[in-house]
Design a protein. Sequence first.
Length: 172
Amino acid sequence: MFGEGRIGAALMFVGEQPGDSEDIAGKAFVDPASRILDLALAEARIACDRAYVTNAVKHFKFIRRGKIRLHQKPDTAKIKACHQWLAREREILRPALVIAMGATAVRAVFDKVMPIGRSRSRVVDLDAATKGPITIHPSFLLRMEEEDKQREFALFVRDLRLARPFATHSAA
């Protein structure tokens, strides 16, 4: 499953992989985590039409428990197998900023493991024309205790605000 957004979008948000909702809908970022991303983008004052959203791994990996399909973290082989498609999306879009959300996205975008806690909130060079910050995946907030959610959401918004100066760039 490929991402969605405008060709020439200045910002490319890369998540982990489609979840059950996305797999059923055939669209990226239509689950509860996508609603968190939308709220955070609004709070960071970033227009969704300036962004393209996609996933590092293009298919839903799961195990079946009765009628329920439980998400399984993609392994290195799956990340590498799907890298060509993520690279092609980047080539077509030519975004100014590729925001890696979560460990799988970080591994796919940067081609190495990088700890999110120590690497987030910084904008680093991916190549001569593209920068790449690291942040959490919005689904991380869904798994947090209530007392920690507000603080972590504020940090997520802070990370997304790094994208604002890049949001005016357009390759198209």
